[in-house]
Design a protein around this ligand. Structure first.
Ligand code: SPV
Ligand code: MG
Length: 307
């Protein structure tokens, strides 16, 4: 089944499903092999892995370059964090078209102004005009080459401190514009405002949350509230940063690999994650078979010609 269809089924399922962050091919593969049914290609994590800020410092085509590796590495659906859509309605629909061509399952865009800043940085988040953002959603939906491709509208009103009624007004406008789901974001350390939003919202329409800051709330509460998708948005990149810092420190201080070996992935783990066995099996199948005698003759030829 096509990935976009799979993501659509997860969105529309009566159960709550979970998306794991990926920022490159290897994090995507690890998430897939753990059992996650879909991925969140996080703007924060992709930017961080490339050493730049989550403030549109990456161009849309640089994001596409990373996604090409992720798409090749996994078969589960990928929901891409598209920030504000990389420009106006025209840039957003072009970006969505490229994502469809790549086989990406969905795009999430947020109602802020370009260049955006990560939602957890500072207190000056500027919201996009509702009509302008609704036009962006409509333009993507009108032009997406794959009808299953999912377009998620991310409401940043609570992040910007604009209040619950503004968040609900925006969510309703984006639903009317054709969004397939609403992502309601919050930076509070409790889930109070998220749960209030869910109580005011029609539960038949899919809602997505990112509980990075209100992680202490039991997942069961979100399931009871009828949340469709929960995004674990940045935990692979944060885990890898911590692991790399500890490993670097240890090797630097001890000038030895003795204690670090055993704490880190085996080389064989790498070879199996990237399926080196498949290559050696394919070599047997596709490379010409060289008999020992022939190989010796070739070696001799190379020796004589190189003298
Ligand atoms: C991301 O993962 O890049 C997100 C989620 O957009 S957040 O960092 O919470 O804004
Ligand atoms: Mg982001």
């Amino acid at each position: 089944m096509m990935q976009a269809k799979q993501l659509r089924l997860l969105l529309e399922s009566p159960e709550t499903n979970f998306l794991m962050e990926a920022h490159n091919a290897i994090s995507a593969k690890i998430a897939e092999s753990t059992g996650f049914k879909a991925l969140w290609a996080s703007g924060l994590s992709i930017s961080t892995a490339l050493g730049v800020r989550d403030s549109n410092e990456l161009s849309w085509s640089q994001v596409i370059d990373v996604l090409e590796y992720i798409v090749d590495a996994v078969s589960i659906p990928i929901l891409v964090d598209g920030d504000t859509g990389h420009g106006n309605f025209n840039n957003a629909r072009n970006f969505a078209k490229k994502l469809c061509q790549l086989g990406v399952a969905g795009l999430c865009i947020e109602d802020k102004t370009f260049p955006k800043m990560n939602s957890f940085v500072g207190n000056k988040q500027l919201l996009a005009d509702i009509d302008e953002f609704s036009g962006k959603i409509k333009a993507i939906k009108d032009h997406q080459p794959n009808s299953d491709f999912c377009v998620i509208a991310r409401v940043e009103a609570l992040i910007a401190g604009a209040g619950m009624s503004e968040a609900l007004r925006r969510a309703e406008a984006y639903r009317a514009a054709g969004a397939d789901a609403i992502l309601i974001h919050s930076k509070q350390s409790t889930a109070d405002e998220i749960l209030e939003f869910t109580r005011c919202w029609d539960t038949n329409y899919p809602l997505i949350i990112v509980p990075t800051k209100y992680y202490k709330t039991p997942t069961e509460d979100f399931i009871k509230a009828g949340i469709s998708l929960i995004i674990w948005a940045n935990h692979n990149i944060r885990a890898s940063i911590k692991a790399m810092e500890e490993t670097c420190k240890q090797i630097f201080n001890e000038r030895s690999l003795l204690r670090v070996e055993g704490e880190i992935a085996e080389l064989n783990d790498i070879f199996s994650l990237i399926d080196y066995d498949e290559l050696s099996m394919s070599e047997k199948k596709y490379l010409p078979k060289i008999s020992k005698g022939k190989a010796d003759v070739r070696k001799e030829k190379i020796c004589t010609t190189s003298h």
